[in-house]
Ligand binder design. Sequence first.
Ligand code: KG4
Ligand code: ZN
Length: 330
Amino acid sequence: MILSIESSCDDSSIAVTGINNYKLHFHKKISQDKEHSVYGGVVPELASRLHAVALPRILEEAKPLFPELKAIAITNEPGLSVTLMEGVMMAKSLSLSLNLPLIPINHLKGHIYSLFIEKESFFPMTVLLVSGGHTMLIEAYSHNDMRLVGSTGDDSFGESFDKTAKMLDLGYPGGPIVESYAKEGDENRFPFTIPLSQSKEIAFSFSGLKNAVRLAIESCQPLSEQDKKDVCASFQKTATAHILQKVKKYFKNSPPRHFAIVGGASANVYLRNKVEALCSEFGAELHLAPLAFCSDNAAMIGRCAIPEYHLENYSTITELNANPKSALFD
Ligand code: KG4
Ligand code: ZN
């Protein structure tokens, strides 16, 4: 079994996964939504202190499985430097005390493996990764061959939900709150411009939309609850239309047999439904991770670590470092 640790942002999570059968023997996650909600976003120092309490508490519960362990997997990139370090330090201590190899895992690759929890993996597929930190279209040919088709030049899809929620004083994380407000709103009330619709490139941008949302909010002070719902619905419609336009452009050029959406924002049902319709139009099969594994978790890190274990892609205690900025595609 492999013990995996995830602490790249505001979720403390540990999992234990069977190497030969992919079975998830243990998985626990403690989220910090409540603590960060008052600030309208993640406060790195606070997140780090909360990891320092939560991770050892979860580890205690995984202790009975220690004799079964063959390796320690750890998210070491990308993420918040101070929170990554909490997990990295724990992984190093475990590696030293249990005399086990260390497997560094890229968080973005981990999200792709959320599709394969307790399952065989399959490639090739095209993956839309939408999280709080990233918005990417990726061609995944194999475990070791993943190519970036396009990404965001500024904010990410999930982040734009968080910022909309913050401007409307709705709390953190914004995604689920904005999505539920949008259900009761008029999505045509604010005709926001779809970003980059004139550009031929597969690229994403959400900062212009964020400013348009800010101006809309300023234009209707004091805001009623219905105004907030209409802003959320109009924002979600435009942000999703932007993703859809770019994915459609990609499908027209190179229609994939398999398409997947991963990352925390892949929980968005409005986005899921729109992408599902697009996939059936182009004859692509849509793959989604179970809701429990969409947001950050250690199960996806442990699953991703299995091929790394077979390849013996180990790191030493002195080599292993947190790389906050490193992405899959440098
Ligand atoms: O993957 P994740 O847990 O963390 C990162 O790696 O960033 O993604 C968290 C992000 C947050 O920005 C959150 O607001 C967004 O995913 N999110 C959503 C939804 N649920 C979570 N965005 C839109 N709609 C949702 N239902
Ligand atoms: Zn993530």
